[in-house]
Design a binder for this molecule. Sequence first.
Ligand SMILES: CC(=O)SCCNC(=O)CCNC(=O)[C@H](O)C(C)(C)COP(=O)(O)OP(=O)(O)OC[C@H]1O[C@@H](n2cnc3c(N)ncnc32)[C@H](O)[C@@H]1OP(=O)(O)O
Length: 164
Amino acid sequence: MASTSPESAAAAGETNDSIHIRRLELVDHERGFVALLSQLSACPDLTASEFAERFAELAAQGDDHVILVAEDPSAPERRVLATGCLFVERKFLRGGGKVGHVEDVVVDAAARGRVLGLRIVRRLVEIARDAGCYKVILDCTPELRAYYAKCGFVEKGVQMAVYF
Ligand SMILES: CC(=O)SCCNC(=O)CCNC(=O)[C@H](O)C(C)(C)COP(=O)(O)OP(=O)(O)OC[C@H]1O[C@@H](n2cnc3c(N)ncnc32)[C@H](O)[C@@H]1OP(=O)(O)O
């Protein structure tokens, strides 16, 4: 039976606030989506047409590329407060299995500590499971081990990279 205690609600990533989690929309360009990403990594501003072009490319991938955003619809300025992405990799392995990759998770500095990050990541994991992925993986810094453990991830393997 579901519990209604605040502690268990927080542990489940639920809150009583009006935060709404939904898929990225074109209008999010005006709502600070690019500026939010710049809190994660280098992310110069994109013009509205550049944003629309990339949005269309990603939208064409349908449910293989899902970007979620969190917003507060009751706020006067409906800024994007948090985001995270799921990319579904289709493989020949495992009988044509699928792997989910969680990428680009970031919560606005002023909105951290309100379980928005947890809620976004858990929602992405649910989407991956519902899409038939046999695992979900991500790369992060050692400092984020504890955070992703709270999101249900376990440490596995070693990350390798070639940067250009
Ligand atoms: C795959 C990737 O994209 S990796 C990149 C991750 N993004 C970044 O590093 C960008 C900068 N940081 C952020 O945007 C945010 O601080 C995030 C995404 C790391 C966390 O988002 P928040 O919404 O603030 O975290 P949230 O409130 O959901 O925290 C959930 C739990 O994790 C814990 N937690 C949050 N951040 C951290 C951290 N850096 N280290 C350890 N634990 C953490 C919280 O204390 C909370 O646990 P509790 O309920 O026991 O108190």
